[in-house]
Ligand binder design. Structure first.
Ligand code: AMP
Length: 300
């Protein structure tokens, strides 16, 4: 059976209403960083997920009865795109990365393009208004194609964006990926994108020794297949200077979003233990999806 059919999504407001309401709600969204109002969905009903770093078996839920309206948080370079896209394939829901939407707009030579280029190349955040517009457009296009559920990557990035999202739909789970800062920088500098197929690769070979109680970490490069090798490009915002700025902005503006979801009991903290071969099975285990993946592979 297709993974999408196994996931229960019907009890949520539809994405179409979510998409069209996102833009409307933006205008009336609170500008302060106050806690959500008492009428918001998550404050009136208990969270569906209440993960801790090590959920006990009794708290682990049946993945086949889950909603998938998930958010991936984490610093630039941590691997949100890699793991969100793998999970989107496994669960049959779209992976929506607002950074990709911004880059598409940038390369479209549309009216926003020049304005966005300057902001992105300085490592700054695009305005909430623009990002909500791009996200609404993407959700509406997906809804027209019959998509349901989503894994958001790179959104929300400010508490205000989190409040706006909360006003239009309920988020079921937020995965917060974490990695040492020196490794984040190496990963950003090693990142490459195939200009033809758009897939992400990484040429960095990471081998950092443990110190001061922090464990060491090794990650093999994620090299492209031969047909992508000659088409690799580096993102213009993956330079040392811009990555430093992006990290600073993450700590200032995006880290409060972790607290926003932590208070709601929706945050699953996940320290990446290494590269994909080590981290992927552990992430599946933390999400209670390890058996599910086996079942899916057996059914394929
Ligand atoms: P990313 O690929 O997620 O690193 O995003 C690339 C760039 O797109 C960021 O540095 C921002 O300039 C912009 N961007 C992506 N998502 C958002 C967001 N939710 N809010 C504001 N700016 C964003």
């Amino acid at each position: 059976m297709a993974a999408a059919a196994l996931i229960r999504l019907s009890s949520k407001p539809s994405l179409s209403s979510a998409a069209s309401r996102v833009a409307r709600c933006f205008a009336s969204a609170p500008t302060s960083q106050a806690a959500p109002s008492s009428s918001s969905p998550s404050s009136s009903s208990p969270p569906l997920f209440a993960f801790s770093a090590n959920p006990s078996p009794a708290r682990r839920e049946d993945p086949e009865a889950r909603n998938v309206q998930w958010v991936f948080l984490g610093c630039p370079g941590v691997g949100k795109g890699t793991y969100a896209s793998r999970l989107s394939v496994l669960l049959g829901v779209p992976h929506i990365a607002t950074g990709d939407l911004v880059r598409e707009e940038l390369s479209s030579s549309g009216p926003l393009s020049l304005q966005l280029k300057e902001i992105v190349n300085q490592g700054q955040l695009v305005s909430d208004e623009i990002i909500i517009r791009l996200l609404s457009k993407r959700l509406e296009a997906g809804e027209a194609k019959g998509e349901s559920g989503f894994i958001l990557d790179g959104f929300p990035r400010t508490t205000k964006q989190a409040e706006i999202l909360e006003g239009v739909t309920e988020i079921d789970l937020v995965v917060n990926l974490k990695l040492r800062e020196d490794v984040l920088m190496e990963k950003c500098l090693g990142r490459r994108i195939c200009s033809q197929c758009g897939k992400n690769f990484n040429v960095a070979s990471i081998n950092v020794k443990g110190e001061n109680g922090n464990p060491g970490i090794s990650m093999d490069p994620l090299l492209p297949p031969p047909h992508c090798m000659t088409k690799l490009i580096t993102r213009s915002d993956d330079t040392e200077e811009v990555v430093k700025e992006r990290l600073k902005i993450y700590y200032e503006k995006s880290q409060p979003v972790e607290d926003f979801y932590r208070r709601q009991g929706k945050l699953l903290e996940f320290d990446l233990p290494g590269g994909i071969p080590e981290s992927w099975p552990k992430l599946l285990e933390a999400l209670n999806l390890d058996d599910y993946e086996e079942k899916q592979s057996a059914a394929a």
